[in-house]
Design a protein. Structure first.
Length: 152
């Protein structure tokens, strides 16, 4: 299984790579079926949101640093899924370790949306409010100028 680790890959690319890897392996392996199915379900539910975040970040020219840690975690998750696919059936000690790591990966995805995205949302909302406030001041100035011009 090929692992996409291109340095310039953004959030959407890293997410899609992990999602494809999980989809591919979950159909082949029954060893991790519950962990992988749970992760697959979580990834499927947030995929549209990740796609929107990626598009909006590009449209708004947002720095990739906002999501770099999460992108790194997704890439590590893709490597983990690749390792799971090469595990032999007699390597029971690895099964427990990999199952735990898959659960940790899922918790990391959930945590990103529960903490990081919420913080970004608050910051973005504040930026919008500042922009609206600035626009309001400018409109007030234009109205004052128009009022003064009409009075003359």
């Amino acid at each position: 299984m090929a692992v996409n680790l291109s340095a310039g890959a953004g959030l959407g690319t890293a997410f899609d790579s992990l999602f494809r890897a999980v989809l591919g392996i979950s159909q082949k392996l029954t060893t991790f079926s519950s962990s992988l199915n749970s992760l697959k379900s979580t990834l499927a539910s947030v995929k549209p949101i990740v796609d929107d975040i990626e598009k909006l970040n590009m449209a708004l020219d947002r720095p990739q640093q906002e999501t770099e840690l999460f992108i790194h975690r997704l890439r590590e998750g893709e490597k983990l899924v690749a390792k799971c696919s090469t595990m032999k059936s007699w390597e029971l000690h690895k099964k427990y370790s990999y199952s735990k790591k898959i659960s940790d990966l899922e918790n990391s995805v959930i945590g990103f949306f529960e903490v990081d995205v919420q913080a970004l949302l608050v910051r973005d909302t504040k930026q919008v409010l500042v922009g609206v406030h600035d626009m309001d001041k400018k409109v007030d100035k234009v109205l004052a100028i128009l009022k003064n011009t009409a009075a003359v």
